[in-house]
Design a protein around this ligand. Structure first.
Ligand SMILES: Nc1ncnc2c1ncn2[C@@H]1O[C@H](COP(=O)(O)OP(=O)(O)OP(=O)(O)O)[C@@H](O)[C@H]1O
Ligand SMILES: [Mg+2]
Length: 285
């Protein structure tokens, strides 16, 4: 496919209902080629539903396009251009990692040689271990290796590091940044705002099917930083919180002048606190 497109992913007033229940409401979003885009939201917000729509697995109303093609009528060729990791299923437990990959490569007419490349790319070394005996992190690498076999232009990842230990999650983050550097567009969902902040060029906060905020993670945090709070731990053990604005500067200076300050912290909002202030809910539900 050699079509020219401006946006990797484009949505305009995209809605989805299951029966009477509307689960996505008039979403409008654009993901540019080569960016990592993060969709954040609590359980039930509609993240997986949106990935399924974008990958042609569910119908919808409104506009949704990937690489300039309508998601309501994607032809089979698109699957050689996109990769997805939805969950850990579709792995043959008794087959080794290598044999799982070979089988998948055969189904998809991919050269055998690419199997080893993909396994190396994700750092999966125990390729002779039956998939059923892999640790969670190794299994996730296997699923990623499978999604990368055909060098997709867009990679859809539904909670790629959910349930992984911080070290493995961090290795997967590195891999995603490397893929981005090689030109892959990545659309991921997560509950984890630290992950989103670290990886994503843009994020959208999804709540009950609505986008409640969109932008670059830093910009979103700064936007909600109007009431930056300073907390002072005084030498007598009290914590004093003061809004950090010019009017209060003298009060803060006075604590220092009187040598009352044990420690001082500024509390910039993070994506979690922004989300809570917008929805009254925690992200990690
Ligand atoms: N096939 C379906 N039929 C009916 N309702 C569905 C179906 N799939 C999802 N839903 C509903 O749509 C809403 C969004 O679900 P979805 O799985 O997209 O949320 P999510 O943001 O991915 O949640 P999680 O973080 O738990 O994975 C939920 O209320 C869910 O019950
Ligand atoms: Mg989900």
């Amino acid at each position: 496919m050699n079509s020219i497109y401006t946006n990797s992913i484009y949505m305009n007033r995209l809605s989805k209902s299951f029966g009477q229940k509307e689960v996505l409401t008039k979403l409008s979003l654009t993901v540019l080629p080569g960016e990592i885009f993060g969709l954040l939201g609590p359980s039930g917000a509609g993240k997986t539903t949106l990935i399924k729509i974008l990958t042609g697995q569910l119908s919808y109303t409104g506009t949704a396009e990937i690489m300039g093609k309508s998601c309501n009528s994607l032809d089979r060729n698109i699957y050689s251009e996109i990769g997805m990791v939805m969950d850990n299923s579709g792995i043959y437990e008794r087959l080794t990692c290598y044999d799982n990959m070979i089988l998948f490569a055969k189904f998809n007419h991919i050269k055998k040689e690419q199997v080893i490349d993909s396994l190396k790319q994700v750092g999966l070394t125990d390729i002779k271990t039956p998939a059923g005996r892999l640790s969670k992190g190794m299994r996730q690498r296997l699923v990623l290796a499978r999604a990368l076999l055909h060098h997709p232009k867009i990679l859809f990842l539904d909670e790629p590091t959910s349930g992984l230990d911080p070290v493995t999650a961090s290795e997967i983050h590195k891999l995603l940044l490397k893929l981005q550097a090689e030109g892959t567009t990545i659309f991921l969902t997560t509950h984890n705002m630290v992950e989103a902040h670290k990886l994503c060029d843009h994020i959208a906060l999804l709540n009950e099917g609505n986008i409640v905020e969109f932008g670059k993670p830093d910009e979103i945090c700064r936007k909600y930083n109007k009431d930056n709070i300073i907390s002072i731990l005084s030498r007598d053990g009290r914590t004093i919180t003061i809004i950090n604005n010019p009017d209060n500067a003298k009060q803060i200076a006075a604590y220092f002048a009187e040598d009352k300050v044990e420690a001082i912290h500024s509390s910039e909002p993070n994506l979690e606190s922004v989300f809570m202030s917008l929805t009254g809910k925690e992200l990690d539900l």
